[in-house]
Design a protein around this ligand. Structure first.
Ligand code: SF4
Ligand code: SF4
Length: 235
């Protein structure tokens, strides 16, 4: 049975339910532009219009139990094209925030717990992180034109501090090289923190405001500690 057929029960509708939310769900004219632009439309019966209509009807439990908010990638294309300026990604994030934290889909929940505990979604120890960075740096230094390259870890007073997406230190080390080489060629004065370096904030994606603030606060603390004024947060 498709998701939509399974969850919608109009007897449970409570149109006053989400009136305190500052979204424009009642203005939807079902024009379908969001669905046409959405890369996730059709997956397990997902259609952004269904989410908007369910919020409008106040179908809270159905929304929280539904897969729909977790199918949406929060890419924002629908918001760009919506003639009624309905902010579907923010709507989706608010719905995600209503789910019990231990019922948040596994990877996101486990990754966020690891990040809160260790500073990164992988739970990668600091020594291993530094080893990976230095190893990639040594490979760059072997390439013509990059002799002497070193990764400026925890450099105080640098111009730019960068965060890192965890997959770049996990399975896609090669991708680190591209932007580090650009820094080198541009003569940029940059640094990368050895603690709390995670650039992927799953507090944001899972609708967990407290976790989002904690993760963001740690990045700001790195900037204060290292006296860096510019942040490059590539995520
Ligand atoms: S684009 Fe906006 S108005 Fe049109 S169906 Fe989607 S949410 Fe409704
Ligand atoms: S934000 Fe979600 S609903 Fe909107 S286009 Fe992206 S995936 Fe589709």
């Amino acid at each position: 049975m498709k998701e939509a057929q399974k969850i919608i029960d109009l007897n449970q509708a409570d149109p006053q339910k989400f009136r305190s939310w500052n979204f424009l769900q009642d203005f939807c004219i079902t024009c379908g532009l969001c669905a046409s632009s959405c890369p996730a439309s059709g997956i397990d019966g997902f259609d952004p219009r269904k989410v908007v209509r369910m919020v409008s009807l106040g179908l809270e439990q159905e929304l929280v139990d539904s897969k729909f908010p977790w199918i949406c990638t929060m890419c924002g294309k629908c918001e760009e094209v919506c003639p009624m300026q309905i902010n579907i990604p923010d709507l989706v994030r608010s719905i995600r925030g209503l789910r019990d934290r231990d019922k948040v889909p596994g990877t996101l929940h486990k990754g966020l717990q690891a990040a809160l505990k260790t500073g990164n979604n992988l739970g990668l120890p600091k020594d291993d992180f530094i080893f990976i960075l230095e190893d990639v740096g040594e490979e760059i230094a072997e390439e013509p034109g990059f002799e002497g390259f070193k990764v400026p870890i925890d450099k105080k007073g640098a111009n730019v501090l960068t965060t890192v997406h965890n997959k770049l230190v996990n399975t896609q080390n090669e991708d680190l090289k591209h932007w580090w080489k650009i820094f080198y060629a541009a003569g940029e004065d940059w640094t990368i923190p050895s603690d709390n370096w995670e650039g992927t904030n799953w507090g944001y994606f899972t609708g967990d405001d407290e976790a989002m603030k904690t993760m963001t606060g740690r990045i700001l603390e790195n900037m204060r500690r290292l006296e860096v004024k510019t942040l490059l947060w590539p995520e």
